[in-house]
Design a protein around this ligand. Structure first.
Ligand SMILES: [Zn+2]
Length: 273
């Protein structure tokens, strides 16, 4: 009996090793693999998304209903695609390629020091008609008290954009989705809206295409704002997110959705500073 079990187990182990080898080879040959691990953008000052993201943190919409943009009311089939943490020279161009092929415009919440570092990608975002929002200069954790640093972070990013002749959109997306109460007041006083989201792809966890598609499609609906990333920290893999984007746009188009930039999605809130 023991001999039989051991033999079966040996066979099972051999099958598992063979299957793993096939899966690894298929992954290496997949288009997603080639996008991986080529970026060395400036570090995120607050650390990696996965070490800082606080799910279910303070409900900013409840606290600041006048300036928080999360979801458009009503049943109109409109969607806003948004991409954080860019630009870079790997994932941002890949996202732009998909959007260009699908003829869809989106909103990019860019980090100031990366705007300076990756001027070519910044230029593409502007030339291809997308909207740019402010995601700070160095990506500090805005859930912690920053004092005067926050104002400086926002102004430095706007200054970086001015060199590309872009007017500020006054849309601010807080890094890690967290903002302290004094910080929220500060950005409101500066004339900013808090551009949050209602659908989190969780792509910063390095998910597969299927996982990202499933996360988005299970929460999507009229007036929703989808959060993805167009760059990450060193070693973060967003290739699944790029592949998912193509499928999500196709599916939502088939379902009759139109894609809007954040200022088109919330025109009344974005009218004036
Ligand atoms: Zn971010």
């Amino acid at each position: 009996m023991m001999g039989f079990v051991t033999g079966t187990m040996k066979k099972s182990i051999a099958y598992i090793i063979l299957a793993s080898a096939i899966v690894s080879l298929a992954y290496i040959a997949s288009p997603g693999f080639r996008l991986k691990g080529q970026i060395t953008p400036p570090m995120l000052a607050g650390g990696l998304e996965k070490d800082n993201r606080l799910l279910g943190e303070a409900d900013l919409e409840r606290l600041y209903p006048d300036i928080v943009l999360r979801q458009r009311k009503g049943n109109e089939k409109v969607i806003a695609l948004t991409f954080d943490d860019g630009p870079d020279n790997v994932y941002t161009p890949a996202v732009l390629d998909v959007l260009k092929a699908k003829q869809v415009r989106a909103t990019f919440f860019l980090i100031g020091n990366r705007i300076e570092e990756y001027a070519e990608s910044t230029r593409r975002i502007i030339e291809e008609g997308h909207l740019i929002g402010n995601h700070t200069y160095s990506h500090p954790n805005t859930g912690k008290p920053l004092g005067q640093q926050l104002r400086a972070e926002l102004e430095r990013t706007e200054a970086a954009l001015e060199t590309f002749n872009v007017n500020p959109s006054y849309l601010f997306r807080p890094p890690y989705g967290a903002l302290s109460a004094p910080a929220a007041l500060e950005v409101a006083n500066m004339g900013y809206r808090l551009a949050l989201w209602s659908v989190d792809s969780l792509d910063w966890r390095g998910l597969t295409k299927e996982e990202v598609v499933s996360n988005i499609m299970s929460q999507v609906g009229p007036g929703r704002v989808i959060l993805q990333h167009s760059s990450g920290g060193p070693g973060e893999d967003l290739s699944g997110s790029v592949l998912a984007l193509s499928e999500v746009v196709d599916t939502l188009k088939q379902q009759g959705y139109t894609f809007l930039t954040m200022d088109e999605m919330f025109p009344a809130s974005c009218e004036q500073k």
